[in-house]
Design a protein around this ligand. Sequence first.
Ligand SMILES: [Zn+2]
Length: 377
Amino acid sequence: MLTQKALRGTHDKLPGEAALFRWLEQTATETAANFGYNEIRTPLLEHTELFAPMGKEQQALCSFFDQEGQHVTLRPANNLGLVRACLEHGLLEGDMLPRKVCSLSVCCRGLPPQAGGARECTQFGAECFGSAHPAAEAELISLAVEFFSAVALTDYHVELSAAGCPICTQAEAKTKTLCGECSTHLAGVEALLAALEIPFVRNPGLEAAGCTRVAFAFVSDIAGMGTLGAGGRRDGVTEVLGGAAIPCAGFAIGLEPVLTQLQAAKSPLPILESCDLFIYSTGETLPLAAQLAAQVRAAGIRVQYDLLGRALPAQTEAAKRLKARYALTLNPKAAQAHLLHLFTGAEEHLPLEDFAEQLTETLLRQSQEELQIFFNT
Ligand SMILES: [Zn+2]
């Protein structure tokens, strides 16, 4: 009987899912880089005090005293760590603004989650420091929309809400309206979204905790999915951490909900763990198979061969299980190899001389023609 199991609320990402996660993360950071948001990585572990601005959410922190007696916390979200890192390393000096950063971060919660609740999640976050202009929020929303589009996520909408400011909050009791600056700012974001042809809906009930002027969210249209990500203007956050007053806006998107939604919507997902070629070998030809595999892997082709000393019929089954596109039979006596396309049955004889180059050329040419095979439905 197994004596060790994962903690309730945590989740192992196994082959297949882990590869899709890597694809999501890579697409996220590449999209962000197109917008000038460069990745930064901050520690999972921070001083607990850093998260004091989170208020009542602190109850859910995963905190403990370390061996040095410091009270430390596994981050529950990444934005405060990003702000701290940018301030601490002087990334927010005047002529460096706007400073645009993004991050991929595993985040943790301390409280045992309710049934089905997650205790650990992965966030794609982006923060823009130094711009008080509505263009900052519009660009962030545009970045998120571009990311969703790049992974072919549909069935969601953008919600926008006024989050107010200290002036509005004082006046609110009497007038229930936004102050002039907040109202101009919100209109500015809306005008830019309209120019970018990004549809949005106003949701006055949007949770805007910690936001000023504008809050936004990316909400799934699939029943039971909820919010994929949220953000807004967070002016004041640098001062809370002891820095200068620097305007700030940002978002965080949960990559687990994004993947769940892609799977629920049966979106085409890339096949990332494919096998291009399986080389059959016998005890005699195994060293040659290993050499050829090494040569063609260097050209970026995914090659496997038998590691179990199996008979040829069992190797054929193995190649099928791996969904290998090609199988190769070596015939060193004739200085030849026989290449069989396992999906179409097409075959080709290749000389063993300059084999790696020829095979690479053949496979690359054919995979150009078969690119769509890499996408299943
Ligand atoms: Zn206001």
